[in-house]
Design a protein around this ligand. Structure first.
Ligand code: CA
Length: 221
């Protein structure tokens, strides 16, 4: 899952990046509102963390522009302490959640995970699919109750497909959501990753709809 982080404070953005990375999420950081708005408008992200006090273009304007253009990614806004009116304005402008500075980064990550689950229609922290179970808090996949060790990339693939288990996910979407934008990976890399996961979770765990993409579970059949 790719998370767009718009935060101009370098220490805070570095802390967020590290925490998201540890949680198995890919963070892409921008430090000014104009650049961040553009990336959220033109690239595929699964959620955004948006500081309201940003240079060049303020966070509220960024959010309003995204929503007006129909960009519906979940957005968590960061506000300064005491600015309750800013929070109200943020929520009215289409924010899904907010956090007041200073915050514990663990809480931020938990809220982001909840946003991702809710956006995918899974409010519970554990997503079950047949004999597979994905614990989004512990970044763990179990099969018939036994933990299966996965590499970070393998985990991201399984997590993405399980969050979107009601549909077939095109290969192009996977290359966009599983890798950093600067690392251009071809479709071959996704195929290799899928093959590795099948070896660990079973040949039927990820299925191919030829010409369309990949899916897990039977809902997309
Ligand atoms: Ca700021």
């Amino acid at each position: 899952m790719r998370i767009l982080v718009l935060e101009d404070d370098l220490a805070i953005s570095a802390m967020i990046r590290t925490a998201l990375d540890r949680a198995g999420l890919l963070a892409e950081v921008e430090h000014d509102g104009q650049e961040g708005w553009f990336r959220g408008d033109t690239e595929a992200f699964d959620a955004a963390i948006l500081d309201l006090g940003l240079p060049v273009l303020d966070g509220l304007t960024v959010l309003k522009r995204w929503r007006k253009a129909g960009r519906n990614l979940p957005v968590l806004v960061l506000t300064a302490r005491g600015n309750w009116d800013e929070r109200v304005e943020g929520i009215d402008a289409g924010a899904d959640d907010y956090l007041t500075k200073p915050f514990r980064v663990e809480e931020l990550v938990a809220r982001v995970r909840a946003l991702l689950r809710r956006a995918a229609g899974h409010p519970a922290p554990v997503i079950e699919l047949g004999d597979l179970s994905l614990d989004t808090r512990q970044m763990r996949v179990t099969r018939e109750g036994i933990a299966v060790p996965l590499s970070p990339q393998e985990f991201r693939l399984v997590s993405y497909l399980m969050h979107h288990r009601t549909r077939v996910v095109p290969q192009q979407e996977l290359t966009e959501h599983l890798y950093f934008g600067e690392t251009e990976l071809d479709s071959n890399a996704v195929e290799v990753l899928v093959r590795r996961v099948r070896q660990k979770l079973g040949a039927d765990s990820i299925r191919t709809r030829r010409g369309f993409g990949y899916f897990m579970g039977g809902a997309a059949e």
